[in-house]
Write a new protein. Structure first.
Length: 154
């Protein structure tokens, strides 16, 4: 029972959901007609806690694999590569820009981490990057760093 992976995961998310709900409550719930700044946060935290509670009860009732099984067959070099790529993305995001950083990140992830054919990697990388750029920048008017492409994306 103490080595039950689902139980410990559920307990973690239950505590986290209750923490989120408490923080939302502290911000102020307001009324249903005029919700306060913590209204949505409070209810999301409660929903998270409810889902986590169902996982905890399921783990107690049905059992689950032990905690060590979560790490079996983990591809650590690829995990470390992803962490490094995300750190590089974060550091170069403003300088180089959203489009170039996202393209490179997606291409590396799709070709190195879980390889797919080049045509698929290129299509998905360009489609996802420019689709997100268009939605965020043009439709929602969220300013993204253009970086090196600022003469063409402005």
């Amino acid at each position: 029972m103490l080595r039950n992976a689902q139980l410990w995961g559920g307990l973690f998310w239950l505590a986290f959901g209750l923490f989120i709900a408490f923080q939302g409550y502290e911000l102020g719930l307001g009324q249903a007609r005029e919700p306060g700044s913590g209204f949505a946060i409070f209810w999301l935290g409660l929903m998270m806690a409810a889902f986590a509670t169902s996982i905890v009860f399921s783990a107690i009732k049905n059992g689950s694999e032990d905690i060590a099984s979560l790490w079996r067959d983990t591809r650590w070099p690829k995990v470390l590569l992803i962490i490094v790529m995300l750190l590089v993305f974060g550091f170069l995001f403003e300088t180089i820009g959203f489009v170039i950083c996202s393209l490179v990140l997606l291409l590396v992830l799709m070709r190195v981490v879980d390889p797919v054919p080049w045509p698929t990697a290129l299509l998905v990388s360009f489609g996802a990057t420019f689709g997100m750029w268009y939605c965020l920048n043009k439709l929602l008017m969220i300013q993204l760093p253009n970086g090196w492409l600022s003469p063409w994306l402005g």
